[in-house]
Design a protein around this ligand. Structure first.
Ligand SMILES: *[C@@H]1O[C@H](CO)[C@@H](O)[C@H](O)[C@H]1NC(C)=O
Ligand SMILES: *[C@@H]1O[C@H](CO)[C@@H](O)[C@H](O)[C@H]1NC(C)=O
Ligand SMILES: *[C@@H]1O[C@H](CO)[C@@H](O)[C@H](O)[C@H]1NC(C)=O
Ligand SMILES: *[C@@H]1O[C@H](CO)[C@@H](O)[C@H](O)[C@H]1NC(C)=O
Ligand SMILES: *[C@@H]1O[C@H](CO)[C@@H](O)[C@H](O)[C@H]1NC(C)=O
Ligand SMILES: *[C@@H]1O[C@H](CO)[C@@H](O)[C@H](O)[C@H]1NC(C)=O
Length: 701
């Protein structure tokens, strides 16, 4: 059936072709082929009409004996041609030959003759194993050569001799294991080079040096793990480069400084964990950056993109672990218009991230697990001219009361202005395995308002602050904790603590070294009361190791109202806790439980009775009024103290805001909220974490 149809069709075409070619009165159209005038686009996309001989998919094992002399385009795709026995010199006007999907195993079997008009040659999807010297030399005007999807494992240094006008070369999907810059010496005009999907073991310095006119280079799917610093030297006019789907674990920043005219950079699908300060810097012409589909990307750190005056678009989408973008990640990007951040693991986007981009028009944030709380609050204050793309797919995932609601429909007054830090769940796994002697990076990032500070606690209980360094570890200011040269000594549980003035969040990760993890020593726990007041008690305990401490207090007997036990989760290194807002003359039971990774938990309780209420000196009857006044005073004290402590510009702005707008800051968790840990003031050696702002000291009046 099909064949008859084809034949019928061909017969019709033949009569047409006969008509078309009749004027010459010369060679007829070859049997079964279709000869007609068809639209044709030159390699530089100029439209013309060309006398086309279409012999595609005819099962031919050789070229037709004679072809019409006026043939310009010869299509022989999907046949079984093994070689070309007779040159095509007689086709004076031939501009394109397509021999793709045939059975050619050597380019020297298809010497086509001297074809000065030929612009485009297709030999993709054959069985070619090597490109030898000089076979293409008689094609002086060739502009496009497609030889991708073959089995080429070797190319002789002079293989491209004579192709001085070649603009486009597709060598992708072959079996090349190395690149020889000598190949390219014959190709001074080349503008587009596709090299992807070759098992190149490594690129070397100066690989592309002769290609001064190259505009686009594709190095996709080559299992590249690094790009040596001088690989891209000489590519003076390179505008676009793709490293799509390689094994780069960091941005090849030094190599990229060699291509000063780059406009489009594609790093998609590489196992890069962090985009860090200096990764993209001073690329004066970069217009678009793609950092999509990166399975390991966790964080875009401060000043990651800095001084890119032409950058108009950033695409960082479909990164399943990307859970943090630093408020100052983008700096000096005056032209940035589009920020695509959809389909990541972001719980928020800082207002200052967006405000640092003066020309920003649209942000895509949908399909992220947004926490509809303080950090994202600005989005609904309608003070930004930025458009949010696909708002119908922008949902709240937290807190539970807004789960499933559209982010844009939660009124900003329902979101708190300050809130507890939240360690991005995707940033830290529960457990990492390291080989002895190797290194590991633990990434901890947290969103919160004010911006949280981060420190780590090591298995022996040492507190490691940002910037700390030893021969075994380094803590980056961003929150990443690097462990070097791991041994059994380094095995154990590391805890990240993110804290701000509202409270703290923590997450632990078990580091296993060659299958070994340290048993935290479980000494008996002993809890005691160190001071008792009418409204507060101070509890201390002694224990070694453990991951987390949990503290419970509840009224033992005769209590009124306080039926639920209060719970606080504390970092393992905190051994003291000030329980506040207790009732006078009440008997409480306080329990502390220290959880260890392996040996379960340790628990100890004490009973304590608070003191009688002191005789009121100036007891606040009108809680609201007095507290408001007290708050204002306290805010100023806190603000002054803090502006000294927190030197960062951002914090200063925040505290200035606290002073001018104290009413709003009273939107703080109340007693029965789940934020009981915010009513605390815990301190160990070093940094002191202060509790909520409304938690007034007894003597503040
Ligand atoms: C080749 O093209 C030229 C210019 O269009 C034309 O004059 C000439 O007749 C063509 N040659 C053949 C064999 O068709
Ligand atoms: C292609 O050529 C090989 C030998 O090089 C031969 O074994 C194979 O049968 C040919 N394939 C077709 C479809 O003709
Ligand atoms: C890259 O590595 C994978 C897995 O080892 C392998 O299957 C693939 O063929 C390699 N690709 C290239 C171009 O070497
Ligand atoms: C912000 O704008 C949206 C859409 O225009 C509107 O639905 C919402 O009520 C506005 N919110 C505020 C706080 O003005
Ligand atoms: C806290 O109290 C609850 C209820 O009494 C109890 O189930 C839980 O085990 C206690 N936790 C600790 C750490 O004491
Ligand atoms: C605390 O009081 C409870 C109830 O009276 C009692 O069961 C418990 O043994 C006491 N605990 C201590 C440590 O005295």
């Amino acid at each position: 059936m099909k064949e008859t149809a084809v034949v019928a069709c061909l017969l019709a075409e033949l009569s047409l072709a006969a008509f078309v070619l009749a004027s010459e009165g010369a060679t007829r159209c070859p049997a079964l082929c279709r000869c007609e005038i068809r639209p044709w686009f030159s390699p530089s996309s100029i439209y013309t009409e060309a006398a086309t001989v279409d012999c595609n998919d005819l099962g031919l094992s050789a070229l037709p004996e004679r072809l019409p002399l006026e043939t310009q385009v010869l299509l022989l795709q999907t046949n079984n041609i093994v070689n070309v026995e007779k040159t095509l010199d007689y086709l004076a006007n031939i501009t394109e030959i397509d021999l793709s999907q045939n059975n050619i195993s050597s380019v020297s079997d298809v010497c086509l003759g001297s074809l000065p008009q030929l612009l485009s040659l297709h030999m993709e999807e054959n069985w070619i194993q090597e490109l030898s010297d000089g076979c293409l030399a008689s094609l002086p005007n060739l502009q496009e050569f497609y030889i991708n999807h073959n089995l080429i494992s070797s190319i002789s240094p002079g293989a491209f001799r004579g192709l001085g006008r070649l603009l486009r070369l597709h060598l992708n999907s072959n079996r090349l294991t190395r690149i020889n810059s000598q190949w390219f010496q014959q190709l001074p005009s080349l503008e587009i080079l596709m090299l992807g999907e070759n098992p190149i073991l490594e690129l070397s310095d100066m690989n592309f040096k002769p290609l001064a006119n190259l505009r686009s280079l594709v190095l996709a799917r080559m299992n590249l793990t690094e790009i040596p610093d001088n690989t891209l030297v000489g590519l003076e006019n390179l505008e676009s480069i793709s490293f799509f789907d390689n094994l780069l674990n960091r941005v090849p920043r030094a190599a990229l400084t060699r291509v000063q005219n780059l406009k489009f950079l594609d790093l998609n699908k590489n196992p890069i964990e962090r985009i860090q300060r200096g990764d993209f810097m001073d690329m004066m012409h970069l217009k678009e950056l793609g950092i999509n589909s990166m399975p390991e990307l966790i964080s875009i750190d401060s000043f990651a993109l800095n001084n890119l005056p032409e950058l108009t678009k950033i695409e960082a989408t479909n990164n399943p672990r990307l859970s943090y973008i630093h408020p100052r990640a983008f700096h000096k990007l005056p032209r940035l218009e589009t920020l695509m951040l959809n389909s990541n693991a972001l719980s928020a986007l800082h207002r200052s991230t967006v405000e640092s981009l003066p020309n920003l028009r649209e942000v895509s944030l949908h399909s992220n697990p947004i926490r509809c709380d303080c950090v994202i609050r600005w989005v609904n204050m309608n003070r930004t001219a930025v458009r949010f793309m696909e708002p119908d797919s922008l949902f709240c995932v937290e807190p539970p009361e807004y789960q499933g609601q559209h982010v844009r429909q939660v009124h900003f007054r329902e979101m708190m202005e300050i809130c507890l830090p939240l360690i991005s769940p995707g940033s830290l796994p529960d457990r990492v395995e390291v080989g002895k002697g190797s290194s590991v990076s633990l990434h901890c990032r947290a969103f919160g308002e004010p911006e949280p500070e981060i420190y780590w606690v090591t298995p022996p209980g040492d507190r490691v602050l940002p910037g700390s360094v030893s021969d075994k570890y380094y803590m980056h200011p961003e929150g990443t904790f690097d462990i070097y040269d791991a041994s059994e000594q380094e095995a154990g549980s590391y805890t990240c603590i993110a804290h701000n003035l509202v409270g703290a969040d923590l997450k632990s990760v078990m580091v296993v070294v060659d299958g070994y993890f340290a048993e935290p020593s479980s000494q008996p726990l002993h809890v005691y009361i160190t001071s008792v007041q009418s409204h507060s008690v101070m509890v201390s305990w002694e224990s070694a190791g453990g991951l987390v401490s949990q503290l419970n207090w509840s009224v033992l007997a005769g209590g009124t109202g306080l039926l639920l036990p209060f719970t606080a989760r504390l970092p393992a290194d905190v051994r003291e806790y000030h329980i506040k807002q207790l009732r006078p003359s009440t008997r409480y039971q306080v329990c502390v439980e220290v959880t260890a990774a392996q040996s379960g938990y340790n628990r100890d309780c004490v009973n304590v009775t608070t003191k009688e209420a002191a005789v009121p000196r100036e007891k606040p009857e009108n809680w609201d009024g007095v507290v408001m006044a007290a708050c204002a005073v306290f805010f100023i004290v806190v603000a002054v103290a803090c502006s000294v402590i927190y030197t960062s510009l951002y914090s200063q702005v925040f505290y200035r805001k606290l002073i001018v707008d104290p009413d709003e800051t009273l939107l703080i968790p109340s007693d029965n909220s789940s934020f009981s840990s915010s009513f605390l003031e815990f301190g160990a050696s070093g940094v002191k974490v202060r509790a909520t702002v409304i938690d007034l000291p007894d003597n503040s009046m």
